[in-house]
Design a protein around this ligand. Structure first.
Ligand code: SF4
Length: 413
């Protein structure tokens, strides 16, 4: 029996499009990794995708810059064409579809009628609600009314980008349009938020693959962000982390530390307070992400980041409202300054570890009798050069940016 006859519509479409078995397996492995699943799940994802239906997608765009569409167009594994036409089956996307005007609207209505309760709605951009929603109208209708109507019968609503998450830039400061995110407009809908400026398209595809494989949407935090993509702090996955541990910081653009790719914390990096998988998924076919390219994280996956995370080039302050969802979901503590506190604790722990290591080295160098005397905590604390000087004394006379993490790191403005 031909292979196509035993497979589901999605896999048949991939075969017809010339996608090789090797590319399909590579894609499945990449999705397993994106979902933060062990390699043992690759077979399950392969099996599910082989039999999966093609889920129709309606992609509506409101008050935004189209940055998420741009990111989507640069998706890889598989190529955007394969995602568009085979896996996601995007039936409506104002930027990417051939029809326009009334024909485009007819295409969307046709999808809604053909797949009642069976399509996925992707929303890009914020939704203006001031003045009756007149700040964004499409085909004579407000975007607000369109979202309400299409979301009502959607299998799930995926809000891509920071604007669709919580209003983003249009909602920052005293934005006049009354911009809100999807979950504020249709709180009863099944919503997955993929914030970011822009979102990572791999997270969108992985969310769909999770649904096709396990028959349910991925687990989320209280902000409806999937744990697989927003479950860890950027700081804990960053390739510059070892420099943070060693107290090696960039202190000005183009100094020696920046040329050596040291930690960007003192240049305002918000990685210690930001949840996202950017360091592992990366952008542009997995080649790079902001911190690797030399710019600090601006915290764009967090609530109200334009207001809460700025100034972007000042080191983390304990700003009210800072990373409040981190404290609620990750730490179970209601204090908004916990993330900054963690950074303090982390700096203090690194400093203490360094002191202990230096003290051990000095003790080992002492004569046997002197070492026995110095082993009491009090004696160690009072040993000249151990309490006050060993870290600085032991550290190489490095460049300007080579500093030890002080116990007060992360709390100063
Ligand atoms: Fe990476 Fe920023 Fe953390 Fe430094 S502060 S380790 S650059 S995430």
């Amino acid at each position: 029996m031909p292979e196509q006859a035993t497979r589901g519509p999605l896999y048949r479409a991939l075969l017809e499009r010339g996608v090789s078995r090797r590319a399909f397996l590579r894609f499945s492995a990449a999705m397993t990794a994106a979902l933060a699943l062990p390699p043992a799940y690759v077979a399950q994802i392969v099996g599910a995708l082989e039999q999966a239906p093609r889920i129709p997608v309606i992609w509506r765009e409101g008050q935004d810059c189209a940055g998420n569409t741009e990111a989507f167009l640069r998706a890889s594994d598989p190529s955007v064409t394969e995602i568009l036409l085979d896996i996601l089956s995007v039936d409506y996307h104002e930027v990417l579809m051939a029809p326009s005007g009334l024909a485009a609207e007819a295409s969307m209505l046709s999808t809604m009628e053909s797949f009642p309760d069976g399509y996925i709605l992707v929303i890009e951009g914020s939704i203006p609600t001031a003045e009756g929603g007149v700040y964004c109208t499409i085909g004579g209708r407000t975007f607000e009314s369109i979202v309400r109507e299409v979301a009502e019968h959607a299998l799930a609503v995926i809000a891509v980008g920071s604007c669709a998450f919580d209003g983003g830039l249009p909602a920052a400061g005293a934005g006049p349009t009354g911009a809100v995110g999807v979950q504020a407009l249709v709180p009863g809908a099944r919503i997955i938020n993929l914030p970011g400026c822009p979102m990572n398209p791999a997270n969108l595809t992985a969310t769909i693959v999770h649904y096709l494989t396990f028959g349910r949407l991925p687990a989320t935090d209280t902000a409806n962000r999937p744990y697989f993509a927003y479950g860890k702090l950027i700081h804990d996955q960053c390739e510059r982390r070892s420099h943070f541990e060693r107290g090696e910081f960039v202190l000005s653009w183009n100094d020696e530390g920046s040329r050596k790719a040291w930690c960007l914390y003192k240049m305002g990096c918000k990685g210690p307070a930001t949840l996202a998988n950017c360091p592992t998924i990366r952008f542009n076919e997995g080649t790079n992400w902001p911190v690797k390219a030399g710019h600090g994280c601006v915290g764009c996956t967090m609530s109200g980041f334009w207001d809460q995370m700025s100034p972007f080039y000042r080191r983390l302050p304990a700003t009210p409202g800072f990373a409040s969802d981190v404290t609620a979901d990750q730490l179970g503590v209601g204090l908004v300054a916990v993330v900054a506190g963690l950074t303090v604790a982390h700096g203090a722990a690194s400093y203490a570890r360094r002191r202990r290591a230096v003290a051990r080295e000095r003790m080992a160098a002492l004569p046997a009798g002197a070492a026995a005397t110095a082993e009491t905590p009090a004696a160690t604390a009072e040993t000249p050069g151990v309490r006050d000087g060993p870290v600085d004394a032991a550290a190489p006379a490095g460049p300007e940016g080579h500093e030890k993490p002080e116990p007060t790191e992360g709390t100063d403005a």
